[in-house]
Write a protein that binds this ligand. Sequence first.
Ligand code: PGA
Length: 270
Amino acid sequence: MNKNDIEQIIRKEIVEAVMKTQDFLIIGNWKMQKTKQEVKSFLKDIASHDFGQKNKIIIAPPSPYLYLFEEKLRYSNVLYGAQNFYPKESGAFTGEVSVDMLQDFGCKYAIVGHSERRTIFGECNEFISKKVRILIQKNITPILCIGENLNQRKNEDYKHFLATQISEGLQRISQDDVSKVIIAYEPIWAIGTGETASPSQVEELHIYLRKFLVERYGSNIGKDIPLLYGGSVKPSNVKELALAQSVSGFLIGGASLDAKSFIEINNILN
Ligand code: PGA
């Protein structure tokens, strides 16, 4: 047996040990996709599937389908959340959905600050921080997304940009409430492009973010805030990415649309 073979065996053992012990958050972000019929058939497949007790499974469908999630996942341990809402309880806000409505349909999570909301709909850190605050007030877990574009990536300062997205996004909640937030690092250049960040790029960034969280919010809170990775995650790359230090789970777009590949991702991480 040569040195390479031995290294591969050791690596395989490490992979298996990590997979067995670490529990992951697996969050599907469907974006603006699927028909009612497709949603029903997906829910039929996952409602009867045993995802096991180790990982936490969450799906964020388009809002009009939330009633189906409430109805079909009543006896399942799959949780669900919203992709968007307006940070007011009710009122004259034509076209918007409130956090109270999300609660009404049993949402336990909501995505905020996704790069598509920032770039297409002009949401800034200030507005995002209002969304985070109302979610905390209503006991819904915010999944705060941060991420740099390719131009920013070329600039040394992009890590600072990401840290600012966190601190400004969380500026309206107390230090204690910061522990209730999930953070998802999603480099914009890796979203929907098929180009995933490499495990070493993810690890470097997650270590940086973990240090920032500990320094900014104290070690008790900062060390436990879940840090997800998102951007072209799929069954073929999730195992390597899961090994990167400080990765607590994944925010998955494209590969969460198909029940089979979503289930496969959980199987790999189980
Ligand atoms: P993707 O999307 O997995 O299709 O790249 C991820 C996301 O935007 O949350």
